[in-house]
Write a protein of this length. Structure first.
Length: 364
């Protein structure tokens, strides 16, 4: 069969040869409009991820990529001999004292967990207070750390806890818990893991930062095995993680921990400079009882510099004290307001009363 090409008759085989040459020329000069997959043995250089600090691996390198950091709200407990050693010690040799701390913790667990949850922290982190102070708001260490969270003076001030001749808010359970949550959040953001954050809470962030920079190691467990950290700090982190492990399954380790939260204290706003002895006499409480309710007070007087001070009283006495404030007339301060509320997650109604001074015996 014959065809006409450019006005001439040519055979089919010759036509195919001419068309093949034309297509080859077009393919060589044309632009490729799609991407072909690159084979595994391609010599093209790989581009490292912006998050990869380890550089580019060679083609035969089987080292896995760095692990993705865990969530800030998670507190994993690794299997480590130091943690197991403290689990055994708490559940055997120190069983009695650990159980006593759990009983005291019932007063604080619910509101403290709520504070930590609002700060985006692991709720189990509250058990640092068990290791630090046994959940004792009035605890003072030989190194002058104070309160349930054992803040030293400088760190307490740094996170907003007032300290003067009248008051030490490191011993205020509500304010110190908010400060502790803020500090923990800062430490995690600084070091990127909870073991390192806990180590910094114990030894100070400057100490941990220097140890990391000097050793070149990146994790708490590497620093521990290398002997770079103080023994006290290594034990501290292991104790906290052991306490969390026990409390996640107390029955397994022979502990009893079941609780329902009932607020122990109510707060009433009263004028500054009022003696606790006078308040106690008026509402049927001892001065010692009021001091126990308000461990942040350094003397038995509401801080004179405060126009109003939230005084804690035992549950059931809040209405009595609010009514007392309502009856009184503080002639030098006609605009002061006394308010009553319940500490903890539930808020009761607010009772407001205008108060003016009646007698100097109530004051310093």
């Amino acid at each position: 069969m014959r065809y006409i090409l450019f006005g001439k008759s040519v055979s089919r085989s010759l036509q195919l040869i001419i068309l093949g040459c034309a297509i080859g020329l077009l393919a060589g000069c044309g632009t490729v409009l799609y991407h072909q997959p690159i084979s595994a043995d391609s010599s093209a250089p790989s581009v490292p991820s912006l998050d990869d600090n380890s550089g580019v691996s060679s083609a035969g390198d089987e080292t896995p990529p760095p692990a993705t950091p865990g969530s800030k709200k998670e507190l994993p407990i690794p299997d480590h001999p130091s943690i197991e050693a403290w689990v055994e010690r708490f559940s055997e040799g120190e069983h009695k004292s650990f159980q006593a701390h759990l009983v005291r913790a019932c007063l604080y667990v619910t509101p403290t967990k709520e504070v930590f949850d609002r700060h985006g922290l692991p709720k189990d982190l509250i058990w640092v207070a068990l290791v630090e102070s046994g959940f004792s708001p009035g605890a003072i260490s030989p190194g002058h750390a104070a309160g349930m969270w054992q803040f030293i003076s400088a760190t307490g001030k740094r996170f907003g806890l007032k300290q003067n001749q009248w008051i030490d808010e490191r011993m205020n359970t509500v304010k110190s818990t908010h400060a502790a949550a803020g500090y923990f959040s800062f430490l995690y953001d600084e070091f990127g893991s909870w073991p390192l954050a806990l180590a910094a809470y114990n030894a100070g962030e400057n100490c941990i930062r220097k140890v990391i920079n000097r050793s070149g190691l990146k994790t708490f467990w590497e620093l521990t095995e290398n002997g770079s950290l103080p023994t006290k700090t290594c034990d501290y982190v292991a104790k906290v993680l052991a306490a969390v492990k026990i409390i996640r399954n107390p029955d397994r380790y022979g502990f009893y921990f079941y609780y329902s939260y009932v607020p122990e204290y109510e707060t009433v706003s009263v004028p500054g400079g009022v003696r606790l002895s006078w308040i106690g006499k008026e509402i049927g409480l001892s001065e010692a009882s009021l001091k126990t309710c308000n461990p942040e007070l350094r003397v038995s007087v509401t801080p004179p510099g405060d126009s109003l001070y939230k005084l804690s009283v035992p549950a059931g006495k809040g209405d009595v004290l609010a009514m007392l404030m309502e009856r009184l007339q503080w002639k030098n301060s006609p605009g002061r307001i006394a308010t009553r509320s319940l500490t903890g997650p539930k808020r009761m109604h607010t009772r407001r009363a205008i108060a003016c001074r009646k007698s100097q015996r109530r004051f310093i």
